[in-house]
Design a protein around this ligand. Structure first.
Ligand code: NAD
Length: 351
């Protein structure tokens, strides 16, 4: 066994019902006295509640998916105008992404309070969109100093979104088994992440108000993001990045649809990963485990349901082919990636 690994330095507080008090402690620890709270319109009330006892200099509610540069620019201007010294983001990956965009140019510390299972809070990856083109990069300044996890904040996330977002987290785990920098630590984290999500998500779907399922899913989502941050993007993430950018598809649902196709494609040539994933699912095979979970969750099935045109399959296949990560277990050709995308587009069984 031989590997080199960078572990990202970050504090994580995980406690249901304690977001407000943990936030106060973390902002005090940072010595901040002028906080900018970032939360989308829909999470405005949630944010007011958890940040009620902070020294807030500015409440910022303009959030948009994939962080358009003009939205980032306005948030940066507000941060300067109000002379803020720390950022608190309350929301999903889009909200965390905006805080990261501000931190990227200002160096302001972020305390992240996630309300989906997207996992951006545990990575040093930023993303910005300009004229329909999304650029991503890594920078230590965008890694939140602290994550405040509170599973009670997920109770309002509708089941459909919870399922899609949870499968997005599961995709981080699966891709972390074979992504370019995947190491044994990532694989161990990913295996435990799959186990936690496999337990948590059906509970969330069956009983959305129950905390037990929400906590399991959130714990699994955190593990998935730590693994992903270290392992990098595998084939699955490259495909979703291409699809999301070309057709403006919703992030979590795209991941949820594509995942079983990539797993079925790579598993035959990745026996170790296949065993680990199957074990984590407590199933005879990795694909069998995912199929069973997806059926329990009534998971999203077809890209055409989310707006991808059939005519886009060929264009997307070319772009994916150009972005295949090194070391992918199965050899990718224009022919087989076109077949994979077609199956995902029409919602066929993974081959
Ligand atoms: P999102 O943040 O856009 O949220 C989806 C929807 O859920 C929104 O309408 C939001 O208002 C709603 N919502 C969020 N929390 C809620 C709650 N608790 N109750 C009710 N509704 C709630 O979507 P997402 O899937 O969390 O994030 C997607 C974005 O994150 C994409 O832009 C993606 O590229 C990015 N992302 C980045 C990384 C990274 O490492 N940089 C990792 C994962 C995702």
């Amino acid at each position: 066994m031989r590997f080199a690994r960078d572990t990202l330095a970050q504090r994580v507080l995980f406690a249901s019902g304690a977001a407000a008090e943990n936030l106060v402690a973390e902002i005090k620890e940072l010595g901040a006295s002028r906080v900018m709270v970032i939360a989308g319109d829909a999470e405005r009330e949630l944010a007011r509640r958890v940040a009620a006892h902070l020294p807030v200099a500015h409440w910022h509610h303009e959030v948009a998916m994939h962080v358009p540069v003009e939205v980032a620019e306005r948030a940066r201007n507000q941060a300067a105008t109000h002379q803020v010294d720390a950022l608190v983001c309350v929301g999903g990956g889009s909200t965390t992404g905006l805080a990261k965009a501000v931190a990227l140019t200002t160096g302001l510390p972020i305390v992240a309070v996630p309300t989906t299972y997207a996992g951006s809070e545990a990575t040093n990856v930023w993303g910005l969109t300009e004229e329909a083109r999304k650029t991503t990069g890594t920078d230590p300044r965008v890694l939140p100093r602290t994550i405040v996890y509170d599973a009670t904040l997920m109770l309002t996330l509708p089941v459909g979104l919870s399922v899609a977002s949870g499968l997005n987290a599961l995709a981080h785990c699966v891709d972390s088994m074979w992504a370019p920098r995947a190491d044994p630590i990532d694989q161990a984290l990913a295996g435990e992440g799959i186990r936690a999500l496999r337990i948590g998500l059906p509970l969330v779907a069956a009983e959305p108000d129950g905390l037990h399922g929400r906590e399991h899913a959130l714990y699994g989502a955190y593990l998935s993001a730590v693994a992903f941050a270290s392992a990098g993007s595998g084939l699955h993430h490259k495909i979703c990045h291409v699809l999301g950018g070309m057709f403006d598809l919703p992030h979590a649902q795209t991941h949820a649809v594509v995942l079983p196709h990539v797993l079925a494609f790579n598993a035959p040539n990745a026996p170790d990963a296949e065993r680990r994933i199957a074990t984590a699912f407590d199933a005879d095979s990795a694909t069998g485990g995912l199929t069973r979970l997806r059926a329990q969750l009534n998971a999203p099935r077809a890209l055409r349901d989310y707006g991808m045109p059939e005519s886009g399959i060929a264009r997307a296949a070319e772009a994916v082919l150009a972005a295949v990560p090194p070391g992918n277990p199965s050899r990718v050709t224009l022919d087989n990636i076109t077949g994979l995308l077609r199956a995902a587009w029409e919602g066929a069984e993974p081959r």
